[in-house]
Design a protein around this ligand. Structure first.
Ligand SMILES: N[C@@H](CCC(=O)N[C@@H](CS)C(=O)NCC(=O)O)C(=O)O
Length: 250
């Protein structure tokens, strides 16, 4: 029997969530080392040159970047497919994944979640209120206007559930962590779409770990998750003092 895959990365990262949802939907056995990238040790630096999560280990094979990892999972475990079969639809799904990873990532993660959560609680630094205000009042509405023009009233973006639906919803889950709710009077289709995706069993299962993680200081997260029965690795590469990563933003 082959060893389970290993994911390195915290449950509250949207990029980690994308990968975990793909693993759950495909029914793949995995273990997780749920570290925040900022406390990664030298082993983490070796496995993740940009000191970012998620990292995938499949035996001796190590892979970085959520998009690349999800594509690898799709190639290695093709069913159920999380990419449309039609080349045009497939390309559109990949574009929306990229849009979520880059634009929603910049706005929701770096300008909202990082400012209001990570900077304050991990680095004891104040948040830049103007950056946060602009993100919530100007930059995220631009994305929501765009998404409102695309998302369906029912079901998923490209017929069957795909990486596009998973990616977009993953980021809005982090927006909720910093108390941002999509205004359903202004963006009714997007609000309903995101909530529909987040209701999926795979997201709900992970949400239990996320909710505990976010309420627990970093140093105790592993123990709390172990008590909950999370599928943890035996060892961790997340025991170093907090430090900024390679590509400091915000
Ligand atoms: N393009 C990467 C982005 C991953 C990413 O930015 N992860 C964040 C966690 S949400 C991280 O590790 N940040 C630490 C840093 O950049 O220093 C992916 O898709 O995996």
């Amino acid at each position: 029997m082959s060893e389970p895959l290993v994911i390195i990365g915290n449950y509250i990262s949207p990029y980690v969530r994308k990968v975990l949802v793909c693993l759950e939907l495909k029914g793949i056995d995995y273990r997780i080392d749920p570290i925040a990238p900022f406390v990664g040790d030298e082993e983490f630096s070796r496995l993740s040159p940009l000191r970012r999560v998620p990292v995938l280990r499949d035996g001796d094979f190590v892979l970085n970047d959520s998009t690349v990892i999800c594509e690898y999972l799709q190639d290695r475990f093709p069913q159920p497919s999380l990419y449309p079969a039609d080349p045009v639809m497939r390309a559109k799904a990949r574009w929306l994944e990229e849009y979520a990873d880059s634009y929603l990532g910049d706005v929701i993660i770096w300008r909202m979640f990082f400012q209001q959560g990570v900077r304050r609680f991990l680095f004891n630094e104040g948040s830049n209120d103007e950056v946060v205000r602009k993100a919530r009042e100007e930059e995220l509405p631009v994305a929501l206007d765009y998404l409102e023009s695309l998302v369906p009233v029912e079901g998923w973006l490209f017929g069957d559930l795909s990486i596009a639906d998973i990616s977009i919803a993953s980021f809005f889950r982090n927006a909720a962590f910093v108390r941002y709710q999509i205004d359903d009077a202004r963006w009714p289709k997007t609000a309903a779409f995101v909530s529909r995706v987040l209701q999926l069993a795979a997201f709900q299962k992970l949400a239990e770990y996320e909710n505990r993680t976010i309420r627990t200081p970093l140093a105790q997260q592993r123990e709390v998750l172990a008590d909950m029965g999370a599928p943890l690795t035996e060892t961790s590469c997340g025991n170093a003092a907090p430090r900024y990563g390679v590509m400091r933003l915000g």
